[in-house]
Design a protein around this ligand. Structure first.
Ligand code: GLC
Length: 435
């Protein structure tokens, strides 16, 4: 391992152990309750959108309540949209009057956010959108070519402020690795005319991120400035990065493509589905960044709050199966793997945790996994289970209570005689019980 990789592994240790973060899409757009891209999706003239800024009046104490929800949900870090594609800055920036301190709120909302997180030992993440759709030059790179250097400079200046004025920042989460003039989300019908061949080239991301690391040596940076940096960001799906790189799946509750507040959504994932994606990410080495979209006052909406509470309660009972685990040898590929018809294994040394995504009657069978099973119990209740060897190096684990011992998914904690591994075989003898 190179010195740089060693240093990265050290910087990322807390993040790998943390597994679970809360993503927060919140800004001026939250007032409408139509997602975070309403300006471009509804094709609103700027005047119509920006006139809203004086109506944006977040409640006092929003940040404390948000941070409280994060703690309750078991999240160890939070990533908040400091600016989204509308360019509205939640902090008191000197670069643009269109910010929270100089419009409706009259306060630096990022200062409030950071303080609320720190009080609770939550790690601080800043989402930052490279696009600012309010520049004409973002859309028309030829006619407004003179704006291009200003667009780049604005990004450098704003990132500099964010990295300087709020103490320790743990994560910088860029969005949209595209240069001005490229087709961006929501811009259907738009004829692209990119200002550069890549975001990294246009924004001079290498210089930008070198400065970030100078100001915040411990920071983790995602891959959306057009450079790989510390971790990948599969969006709305759980897929590991190539080459063993670190990654984090970000996901909304709703299936519809909104990250900002939406009202009365009818196509939402169930708590079981959310947990399924979460455990799926963790078992193959990823983190899970679960999104909420607070309302215009900054309050987490009931739907999101209910989901956070359920996950948090589950983690209280079963967190041992998540935090600090690391993929071992049970899975050799991200594909299904042994015992997948019961659920998913997470691993810590000689212990395997099987989160049951269906609850079997009376007993379950551990197959295709070695070495010897020493003991098993229900993680959430500590109830001991019986373990008996069976043919084909299988283990029957019985004594499961008739009532499912968890309101979401029960976890069976299994002690092996050695770190568990996948059993390989290359003949048909298992049909005769001779494995
Ligand atoms: C997509 C969306 C953007 C959102 C982001 C979160 O890029 O277009 O609005 O902030 O996903 O990952």
């Amino acid at each position: 391992m190179s010195r740089w990789d060693e240093n990265r592994a050290k910087r990322m240790k807390w993040w790998h152990d943390a597994k679970f973060g809360m993503f927060v899409h919140w800004g001026l757009y939250s007032h409408y309750g139509k997602g975070e891209q309403v300006v471009v999706r509804d094709h609103m003239p700027l005047e119509e959108y920006t006139s809203l800024a004086d109506e944006f009046k977040p409640n006092e104490g929003w940040a404390d309540r948000l941070a409280e929800q994060a703690v309750r949900s078991g999240a160890k870090y939070v990533v908040l949209t400091t600016r989204h594609h509308d360019g509205y800055c939640l902090w008191d920036t000197t670069t643009d009057e269109f910010n929270a301190a100089k419009t409706g709120p009259g306060r630096d909302l990022i200062a409030e956010y950071v303080e609320a997180l720190r009080k609770r030992d939550l790690r601080v993440g800043f989402y930052y959108s490279l696009p600012n759709w309010r520049w004409h030059g973002w859309w028309d790179t030829e006619r407004y070519a003179h704006e291009l250097p200003l667009i780049r400079q604005e990004v450098h200046d704003q990132v500099e402020e964010l990295m300087t004025n709020y103490g320790l920042v743990d994560i910088l989460w860029y969005d949209i690795p595209q240069p001005p003039g490229a087709r961006s989300p929501g811009s259907f019908g738009f004829s692209p005319n990119p200002a550069a061949s890549s975001a990294a080239e246009f924004y001079e991301s290498e210089r930008l991120n070198a400065r970030v690391r100078e100001l915040q040596p411990g920071i983790l940076i995602n891959n959306r400035s057009g450079l790989p940096e510390d971790f990948g960001t599969p969006e709305q799906h759980v897929t590991p990065e190539e080459g063993g790189r670190a990654w984090e799946s970000c996901m909304t509750i709703n299936f519809a493509p909104n990250w900002g507040c939406v009202h009365r959504s009818v196509a939402d994932k169930t708590p079981g589905q959310i947990l399924y994606h979460f455990v799926q990410a963790v078992r193959i080495g990823g983190n899970f960044l679960f999104n909420v979209g607070p309302d215009g006052q900054g309050e987490v909406i009931d739907r999101d709050g209910a989901a956070l509470r359920l996950i948090g309660d589950w983690l209280k009972r079963n967190g041992e199966a998540i935090y600090g685990t690391a993929p071992g040898k049970i899975y050799e590929t991200p594909g299904q793997g042994a015992c997948y018809h019961y659920g998913m294994f997470t691993e810590k040394g000689t212990t395997g945790y099987l989160t049951l995504f269906y609850y079997p009657k009376e007993f379950l069978v551990i197959s295709k996994i070695g070495g010897e099973v020493r003991s098993a119990e229900i993680l959430g209740t500590g109830q001991k289970l019986e373990v008996e060897p069976m043919k084909n190096r299988r283990w029957r684990i019985s004594g499961l209570p008739e009532e499912m011992p968890d309101e979401l998914a029960a976890v069976v904690k299994i002690e092996f005689a050695e770190p568990p591994y996948l059993i390989h075989w290359d003949n048909a003898e298992w049909l005769d019980g001779g494995l």
